[in-house]
Ligand binder design. Structure first.
Ligand SMILES: NC(=O)c1ccc[n+]([C@@H]2O[C@H](COP(=O)([O-])OP(=O)(O)OC[C@H]3O[C@@H](n4cnc5c(N)ncnc54)[C@H](OP(=O)(O)O)[C@@H]3O)[C@@H](O)[C@H]2O)c1
Length: 235
């Protein structure tokens, strides 16, 4: 896909899905600003140091006047039985998944309005719509992400800003490493998916690139399930 002349901000571009998106956007000719809490790491794009729990009022001064898209990647997989989840677990998951996205979008909204055709992408999870053991905190937060996205897609439609959510199932990135730490775990996880495998960062970044691109200018307010069929098939 072609992205010449376009500029994107990837929050969390140092790893996993965000890293893969940044690589592909740059390959397509885009200018990419990419964040990490630790900019001594190696990752693609112009680096910005950012922790979403901080005050983000400095972010704007590090970005150009216009942005064509923002991708918000920080997320959590905090899986515990409900009886072991504390208030703080729910608050942490909400802060990283929802409040962080709110803070970023608030900072950059005027830059997105200058695009005329901008795209925001947030990430939910298959477990927001499909009940799974031990997912109550992450599912609550990711359902809030979907709620945020559908509401903002309405509010921003007349400003030429599309807002979509991608809901992945288990994807082989550092975030999911504890769930994929042995060949046995990987095999069991692969078998749970109708398409017979777990996801990889490219599966999710390809879908993300479509939603960032001019190939999707009539798509907003959607949740795209990229999950090997897990949420919708029985085979
Ligand atoms: N992987 C899966 O199985 C899976 C499944 C369903 C949904 N998702 C969702 O997909 C999205 C991307 O996940 P991923 O697997 O690519 O994760 P990842 O490999 O852990 O990457 C997350 C990125 O976000 C940044 N980040 C994390 N916490 C941050 C914080 N507090 N402040 C600032 N930056 C922070 C990380 O940067 P630094 O660590 O360098 O700061 C990193 O670049 C997440 O929203 C996740 O919930 C993933």
């Amino acid at each position: 896909m072609k992205f010449e002349g376009k500029t994107y901000l990837i929050i969390g571009g140092s790893s996993g899905i965000g890293f893969s998106i940044a690589e592909k956007l740059i390959e397509g000719g885009a200018e990419v600003f990419s964040t990490s809490r630790d900019i001594s790491k190696t990752f693609p794009g112009e680096k910005i140091q950012l922790d979403i729990s901080d005050d983000l009022s400095d972010l704007n001064s590090q970005l150009p006047e216009k942005l064509d898209g923002v991708v918000y990647c920080p997320g959590t997989i905090n899986l515990k039985p409900f009886s072991r989840l504390t208030d703080q677990d729910f608050i942490n998951d909400f802060s990283v998944n929802v409040l962080g996205a709110v803070k970023v979008i608030r900072q950059v909204i005027n830059k997105l309005k200058k695009s005329g055709n901008a795209s925001i992408i947030l990430y939910s999870t298959v477990a927001a719509k499909t009940g799974m053991n031990f997912h109550s905190s992450v599912s609550a937060s990711k359902s809030a992400v979907e709620g945020l996205a559908i509401s903002l897609s309405a509010e921003f439609a007349f400003s030429g800003i599309r807002v979509n959510t991608i809901a992945p199932s288990l994807t082989d990135t550092p975030l999911a490493s504890a769930l994929l730490s042995s060949p046995e775990k990987r095999e069991v996880s692969a078998k749970r998916h109708p398409l017979g495998r777990i996801g990889n960062a490219e599966d999710i970044s390809s879908a993300s690139l479509f939603l960032l691109s001019d190939e999707s200018t009539w798509i907003t307010g959607q949740v795209l399930h990229v999950d090997g069929g897990l949420s919708s098939l029985r085979v």
